[in-house]
Each structure stands twice: as C-alpha cells, then as structure tokens.
Ligand binder design. Structure first.
Ligand SMILES: Nc1nc2c(c(=O)[nH]1)N[C@H]1C(S)=C(S)[C@@H](COP(=O)(O)OP(=O)(O)OC[C@H]3O[C@@H](n4cnc5c(=O)[nH]c(N)nc54)[C@H](O)[C@@H]3O)O[C@H]1N2
Ligand SMILES: Nc1nc2c(c(=O)[nH]1)N[C@H]1C(S)=C(S)[C@@H](COP(=O)(O)OP(=O)(O)OC[C@H]3O[C@@H](n4cnc5c(=O)[nH]c(N)nc54)[C@H](O)[C@@H]3O)O[C@H]1N2
Ligand code: SF4
Ligand SMILES: [Mo]
Length: 715
C-alpha cells in the first residue's frame, strides 16, 4: 500500500490513513489527494482491510467537510484583554481572541507554566486529554513526557472505559476478546449494552453473516437502538441492573447443570464460591425479573439458549459500565463464557475490548520516569478526569489535597461538553485566576474558556501508528495532506514546548518516525517482525496472535491465555448486585432514570458543529425521548418544550413521545452546549460519582424530573 501510489493519468495519489476517532473499528482509510494542489479530494474505506471492508461510517464518509470546514481553527490566538471567559456564540468566537504567532503563543505558555509551577508547585498544572485521537502518538507520547518532566498533576483517564477495563482485567488479566470476523461463526450473539449500529458499525456485517447462517441476535439495552430494532429479540432492561441479570442467567445455567465442568476445572478459580452465590434465592428468575424488568420465563429461555448455542458470543460494550455498580456488572457478564466454555469454539466468547492485544511500548513512548527528573522529584498526584468539576472548584481548598489547580492544559478533549456535572466544570473553567490552554481543531465549548488557543490537525494531516479496541490489526496512518493553516500535531506542540521550557532531554527532539519505532520496539511475540517499514508498506498488519494456519484466534480456550495473578479465570470475589444509589430502586427524589446518550451521527461531542452531521442527527438532536405513560401523567405531548432537571442542573429539550424508551426512562443526546437550548447539554444533569471499581464516570446513573418548560415561566 504505502505512502504514494501516484496515478500519472489523473494527477492523484492515494494515501493510507487510519481513522483516529475514539471508535472500536479503527478503519483503514484511503485518502485521494490531488498531487498539484495537495488537497484531499476523497476518503473511502480500505477494501483490503478485513474489518473495514471498503466502507466508512456516515460520520467519516463526510470527513472532508470537517477537514476543510471554514470553521477550522487555523492559527494560535490569545484572549483579548478584558473579555471574560465563557460561552461564545457559534461563528462569532474569533471576536473574543486576537491572532498571535506560534512563537508568541509558546513563549506565553512557557512563561506562565514556569511561573505557576514556581509559585504554586508544578502539580498546580493539570493536563486534560482524552481520545480526540487514539493514534499512539497523538493519544499519549510527547504530551506525557512533557507533563511528567514538568511535574504536573497526572490525569487518571477514567471518563470512558476504566470500570469495564478493570472488570475485564480482574477476570481475565488482560483486555482480549473475540475477533470481530469470528462473530460470523456464532450461533447466538448477545449485544449487551452495545449500540452496534451507532458505535461499532463494522461488526454488523459479521453479525449479519452469522444470522444468514441461522444465528439469533439478542440485544440487552434499555433504549431501542437501531440494533435492537433489527434484532431477533430486544430486552429493554432497567438501567443499572445488568449485574443481576447476569447472576440470574448463572443461576439457571448452574441449576440446570448446563455449565462446562471440564473447562471450568481447567481454566478458572473460585467456581464453588460463585456457584453457591449464584444459586441463592435472590438470583432466581422471579426475583431477578422483579428488579430488571425482564420476565422470568425470558431469563430462563435466555440462559438456556446462551448455554446451549455453540458457539455463543457476547458483544459487551461500555454501556453497562457507565453506572455506579457498572464494574461489578461487567465482571458478572465477563464470567458467563467461563461457565459455559464458550471460548473453546471459534466465534464463541466475549468481546469488550481488544486493546490489550497490542503490545505497544507505552513506557518508551511516555517515559514516566521523567517525573523523577522534574522539580517535584517524585510521582505527581493523580486527578480523576471524571471529577474535573471538583478538581477546578474544590481540590486544594483543603491543604492536605495539595495545591489548587492554577493551569489547565486541554487537548484531545472537550470537557466543557463531555465531563459530568457541567455546572461545576464550567464554574471552574470560568475562574479568572486559572490559566487555560486549549489545543483544538474547532472553537468548541471548551475553547470558549481558553486564554491561549492553539490549532490542531486532523488525522489526514499527521502520521501515527494505531491499534484498535475492536479488532486485531495494527496500522500506520500516513500524513495525506499538509497541516491546514498553522496547525501543529500534539507531538510537534509538546516537543517544541518542552524545548522552550528548557527541558534538555533528547527525547523532546524525537520525530514522529522515532516515536513510531519506539512504540513498536518490544520483544512481545504478537509484534514479532512488525516494524515501521512493514506497516508503511502494508498499511495494516494482523497481530501475530494466531498459531492457527487459517488465522483463527481462540483466546481463553485454554488456561495458557489468562494473565491474572493465579493464571486462571477469576470468579471471585463473587459479583454482588447492588442497585445504583441514583436509580429508581433506591432513591425517590427524582422519579425518572435518564440516559444521556451518545449521538449516532457524532463522536461524543465531535462533529456536532458540522451542518451535514447535524442534519443526519436532526430527528433526535435537542430532543427528550419519553414513554407515553410518563408523558401522559405529566400532561406532555410531542413537541412540547420541557425542562429536564435535578439538583445539579436543568436543561431545556423538546419532548418526543414514543416507544424508544421503557416507562420510567427518558433519553437525550450529547451535543455542544452552545448549540443546545439554554446553553447546556445533558451533562448539566450527570454527577461526579465514580464507579465501584476503576474510578469511572457514571453518566447512566442519573435521576431527573421533567416538566413543561412554560410552567417554569408562569411561576
Ligand atoms: N456514532 C458514535 N460512535 C461512537 C461514539 C459516539 O459518540 N457516536 N462514541 C465512541 C466511544 S467514546 C465509545 S466509548 C464507544 C462506546 O460504545 P458503547 O459501549 O456502545 O457505548 P454507549 O453508547 O455509551 O452504550 C451502549 C448502549 O448501552 C445502553 N445502556 C445504557 N445504560 C445501560 C444499562 O444499564 N444496561 C444496558 N444493558 N445497557 C445500557 C445505551 O442505551 C446504549 O445504547 O463508542 C464509540 N463510537
Ligand atoms: N453524557 C455523556 N457524556 C459522555 C459520554 C456519554 O456517552 N454521555 N461519553 C463519555 C465517553 S465514553 C468519552 S470517551 C468522552 C469523550 O470525550 P472527549 O475525548 O472529550 O471526546 P470528544 O467530544 O470527541 O472531543 C475530542 C476533541 O478532541 C479534538 N481533537 C481531535 N484530534 C485532535 C488532535 O490531534 N489534537 C488535539 N489537540 N485535539 C484533537 C476534537 O476536535 C474534539 O473537540 O465523553 C464522555 N462523556
Ligand atoms: S468513526 Fe469508527 S466506523 Fe467511522 S470511520 Fe472512524 S473508525 Fe470507522
Ligand atoms: Mo468512550
């Protein structure tokens, strides 16, 4: 494949890039570039990539709208004197800033960070980043080196997957799973808290293939997603009760002797204890039905078909772990294939994340040892990103917590829109004594709070190396076009800034190619023979994970696969179901369970500002989906302007009454604040409560009440 396939007749070349958005599919993307102008003219899915299979999702098929949007942030800027931080009207943001040179911007940042670190200690600087890009270099390499060397607070990156990750690791010791292609072999597929059509579309063709061969698809999701509507069966579970459903399934499987004893004996630890726990009366189908809202006979039928369909595959996604006890719920689900031995057949088992299959040398990329060379001289404190509101408004008020956060450096993220407890986050970001740098492609809600704004490139404009969390191919993404305007990559920014701050270590001079070489520098057999040259030539390369001639991967088919301390699948501590504190099972303050969901046509908050993407999302943007029963009791009809509120905040949406959600549950989509009525999005209602394990965010444990917005004005 390689960098340049020049077609002399058309004057174009085709470059292999990788979609770097935070999506399990990590698609291979072919970018057609006009050789004369250097402009990208077309993007398409790589037909040679076995998972991408030649197509892109609707969001990225329109990617050139994003790359060449007239709204791109193209130059460094500084907030004009006297302009307060806070929301700016879309399209008029530039008025609050003045253009400056990169030199001036870097000097100002270096000076301010040096001063703040000297006065308040380096930990008063807080980096804030997540997955604007999931390329190894862009996600975490030079940036980490920079903040470690500075002695800045460390960011615990928990906002997405840490509870599920901790769950999978506690049971299996490693984040591995069924390869997407192998789902084609399954006879029963359970999509559990997994919006496959919206968030993971490249798995769908393999599910379709399995269904053509007779497989059934069951979806467990409180919301009727397109995936649910297209499934053989949709179980609209009550939010936050999945752990109990999994225990109920175990109960039936063990009561009926449907478990695979030989496999359990060979590969697991703690079975006797789990068995006793699962067989308790509170896990019997009738008891489980009362809490989950799924009928007892359905639970029995589901458990039986799950245990007897061979192979059976669970696509567990991150939906169930964005809940107070989501870690335990995910652990319980992860244990199911250990009881039935589903892993033994190709296409059997479970997929949550395959990210652990890629043995990138992140230590070499990120160099945490630089913390010891920082003025701090020790490991810096950890700040949980899911509690940004607290970090900016409370942390450091009590001296034992260390210093106040005095500088916030945001890149790869839009926390003003995506972080929970938005009122606290925005209050913190509005602090005039907080120095804020934002490295972005667009004038996001977060950019509205920047003191210094820096332009970032899209994945077409940088080089990177990338794994995936939904397949097993490693890829190099070539730079297809030159960065637009004065955009500089995360690597370029933090390398330059490090040098500007006087960091003498040679690692601040590493190039993208140096970093890619370092990322691939490992003795791990799964990367055997995989180096930059090979990736540049091939575009994508399968991990050397399979010992089977036809490429089959059977993770956890034998005890040798487990990387837990015991070397076995861990069934203890047994998963104990507890209803979320903020759920109808426990609290009574607000009656409705709220699902502040992702939009199918955006990527978290990314794309929400583009007209074409908004058009695709128009049916649900700005809408609160409600069950007729909840609407009638509140006198609401479709089209009513409603206030959705709880003690943390209030937003205004348009009611849409229908059957997408069961009674007792309401749902709305993540959007930009400045494009939402009343200037706030769904995260005005979500909390900073953390998950039971992994310290994750609990977006899906949120209670609200709804009333007609006009009532509010009348008094
Ligand atoms: N189009 C699109 N694609 C995306 C994203 C996007 O924003 N838009 N985001 C990307 C990111 S960052 C991630 S992490 C992945 C995540 O992809 P998913 O893990 O699929 O994440 P979610 O959409 O949060 O949740 C999946 C489903 O879980 C359901 N759910 C909520 N609560 C519960 C519950 O208590 N029990 C059960 N059983 N289900 C529940 C939701 O209704 C939702 O349909 O997708 C990525 N892909
Ligand atoms: N209510 C609610 N809130 C949620 C979720 C939810 O389902 N519901 N999902 C949560 C989840 S799973 C996640 S992962 C988080 C995601 O939160 P974020 O990681 O903040 O995701 P995005 O909103 O996509 O914002 C990423 C930003 O990075 C920028 N960017 C892209 N590439 C680059 C680059 O190379 N350099 C720099 N400097 N910037 C770049 C993009 O322009 C974009 O504005 O949101 C969480 N918040
Ligand atoms: S967002 Fe996901 S599905 Fe869409 S192109 Fe990127 S990797 Fe592929
Ligand atoms: Mo995520």
């Amino acid at each position: 494949m390689g960098q340049l396939e020049v077609e002399p007749h058309t004057g174009t070349r085709v470059v292999h890039a990788v979609c770097s958005h935070d999506c399990p599919d990590s698609c291979g993307v072919l970018v057609t570039v006009d050789t004369l102008s250097g402009r990208a003219t077309k993007v398409q899915g790589d037909p040679a990539h076995p998972v991408t299979r030649g197509f892109l999702c609707g969001k990225v098929a329109k990617y050139l709208d994003r790359v060449y949007s007239p709204d791109r942030l193209l130059y460094p800027m500084r907030r004009k004197a006297g302009v307060p931080k806070g929301p700016l009207a879309k399209g008029r943001e530039a008025e609050a800033f003045e253009r400056i040179s990169w030199d001036a911007a870097l000097d100002e940042i270096a000076l301010k960070l040096t001063k703040i670190a000297a006065e308040f200690g380096p930990e008063s600087v807080l980096p804030y980043s997540y997955a604007g890009t999931i390329g190894q270099l862009g996600y975490g390499s030079m940036d980490r080196r920079f903040f470690y060397r500075l002695g800045a607070s460390q960011l615990d990156r928990t906002i997405c997957a840490s509870a599920g990750g901790a769950a999978l690791t506690s049971v299996y010791g490693v984040k591995l799973g069924v390869a997407p292609q192998d789902f084609a072999h399954a006879r029963l597929i359970i999509a559990w808290g997994a919006n496959i059509h919206g968030n993971n579309i490249h798995l769908w063709p393999f599910i379709e293939e399995a269904r053509r061969a007779g497989a059934r698809l069951v979806v467990i999701d409180p919301y009727r997603t397109r995936t649910a509507a297209l499934a053989d069966e949709h179980l609209a579970i009550r939010p936050g009760t999945d752990g109990l459903l999994a225990l109920g399934m175990m109960h039936v499987i063990l009561r009926e002797g449907l478990e695979d004893r030989a496999y359990i004996d060979e590969t697991t630890k703690g079975f006797a204890e789990l068995r006793e726990h699962a067989l308790r009366v509170e896990h019997a189908p009738e008891a489980v039905a009362a809490v989950t809202g799924i009928a007892a006979e359905t639970i029995v039928r589901l458990a039986r078909s799950y245990a007897t369909a061979k192979p059976s595959a669970i696509r567990l996604n991150y939906g169930i772990q964005r809940s107070e006890n989501g870690g335990t719920a995910a652990r319980a689900v992860c244990m199911l294939p250990l009881l039935t031995g589903a892993w033994k057949q190709r296409g059997g088992g479970l997929q949550l994340s395959t990210s652990g299959s890629f043995p990138f040398n992140s230590k070499a990329l990120q160099m945490p040892e630089l913390m010891l060379a920082s003025p701090l001289g020790r490991e810096a404190r950890m700040v949980n990103m899911s509690q940004l509101g607290q970090a900016l408004t409370e942390l450091g008020n009590d001296a034992k917590d260390g210093s106040l956060v005095k500088a916030l450096f945001v890149y790869n993220s839009n926390p003003a829109a995506v972080a929970p407890n938005q009122n606290a986050v925005l209050r913190g970001m509005a602090r005039e004594d907080l120095f804020t740098v934002v490295h972005e492609q667009f004038f996001t809600d977060t950019a509205d709070y920047a003191d210094v704004l820096l332009p970032a490139p899209t994945f077409l404009e940088t080089k990177d190396v990338q794994g995936a969390y939904g397949h097993l191919f490693v890829q190099v993404s070539e730079r297809a076009i030159e960065p637009l305007g004065e955009a500089r990559s995360n690597v370029a920014l933090f390398g330059e800034l490090g040098r500007r701050m006087g960091f003498r270590e040679s690692c601040f001079h590493d190039t993208e190619d140096d970093l890619i070489d370092q990322a691939l520098d490992t003795n791990d057999p799964w990367f055997a023979g995989i180096d930059r040259e090979l990736l540049e030539r091939e575009g994508h390369v399968p991990l050397r994970i399979s010992e089977d001639a036809d490429g089959a991967v059977l993770p956890f088919s034998t005890a040798a696969w487990f990387r837990t301390p015991s070397g076995r699948g861990e069934l203890t501590p047994v998963p104990v179901f507890v209803a979320p504190e903020e759920s109808r099972g426990r609290a009574t303050m607000y009656p409705l369970e709220f699902l502040p969901r992702k939009a199918d046509n955006y990527m978290n908050s990314t794309f929400a500002n583009l007209a074409g993407h908004r058009k695709m999302e128009s049916r649900t943007a700005g809408v609160l989906e409600m069950h007729p029963e909840d609407a009638v009791s509140r006198g609401l009809v479709t089209g009513d302007e409603v206030e959705v509120f709880n003690a943390r905040g209030s937003i205004v949406l348009e009611a849409m009454i229908g059957a997408q959600v069961p009674a007792g549950v309401v749902a709305a989509r993540l959007d930009w604040n400045k494009l939402s009525a009343a200037g706030m999005n769904v995260n005005a209602l979500t909390s900073e409560t953390l998950t039971d394990i992994g310290g994750g965010a609990t977006f899906y444990s949120t209670l609200v009440e709804v009333r007609k917005a006009s009532l509010l004005q009348e008094g």
